[in-house]
Write a protein that binds this ligand. Structure first.
Ligand code: ZN
Length: 216
């Protein structure tokens, strides 16, 4: 089973690269390891196009190696902090998609403007406070920015999304990128509207219900 999870981490890394959500070996993918405070994560310095299950390493939430020969991702602290703070999260994807990263550079949250966004991601996508890549501060800020939701923009950097498995977390990256693209198009002209506040509140309740039932 652990091997299946590692294979899924490698596959999602390759898909993320193929879809242009990252270039080279930027970004990273992980899955919570079963039974203890550990995760399977993509290594640093391996091009995603060449990533196989054998490259995926197992580390503690602090990034200390448990299994595997590669050097774990430089963003291991970021992934570990999310697993420690959110017991419901089974997988994390960090990427640099163009439109969502543009919003992150503007340090502008993606407001709640379509229903699927609130139901799947839990509401507006916040921007976490800026901190340098690979720092403990980045990890802390990301946890705070993510809150109970499933996506956050990392200021001047990229995206972080979570899910019940790596493919699900990747789907949330795709959704976040799509929302950013729509919002950048819509907000460039006068008249772009957010969803009404009462609708957002009702949909957040639905999101929480689905989360607690494991449906999201
Ligand atoms: Zn990054």
């Amino acid at each position: 089973m652990a091997c299946g999870l590692k294979a899924s981490v490698a596959e999602v890394a390759r898909t993320m690269h193929r879809e242009g959500l990252v270039v080279g070996s930027a970004g990273n993918v992980s899955a919570r390891a079963e039974g203890d405070s550990a995760m399977h994560i993509t290594p640093t310095g391996v091009l995603y196009a060449d990533m196989t299950v054998d490259h995926v390493v197992t580390v503690t939430f602090e990034g200390d190696p448990i299994e595997g020969e590669g050097l774990p991702s430089s963003e291991s602290l970021l992934h570990g902090a999310i697993y420690a703070a959110r017991p419901d999260v089974q997988a994390v994807v960090h990427a640099h998609p163009v439109h969502a990263s543009a919003m992150a550079v503007r340090q502008e949250a993606i407001p709640a403007f379509v229903d699927e966004q609130v139901v799947y991601l839990g509401g507006a996508v916040a921007v976490s406070d800026y901190a340098p890549a690979a720092s403990e501060e980045l990890a802390d800020n990301a946890v705070e920015g993510l809150g109970e939701r499933r996506a956050v923009l990392l200021a001047n950097h990229g995206t972080l999304t979570v899910g019940r498995d790596p493919e699900d977390a990747l789907e949330m990256t795709r959704l976040t990128e799509r929302l950013a693209q729509i919002w950048l198009l819509a907000s460039g002209r006068p008249g772009a509207q957010h969803l009404p506040r009462d609708i957002v509140e009702a949909e957040i309740e639905l999101y929480r219900m689905m989360q607690s039932e494991g449906d999201v």
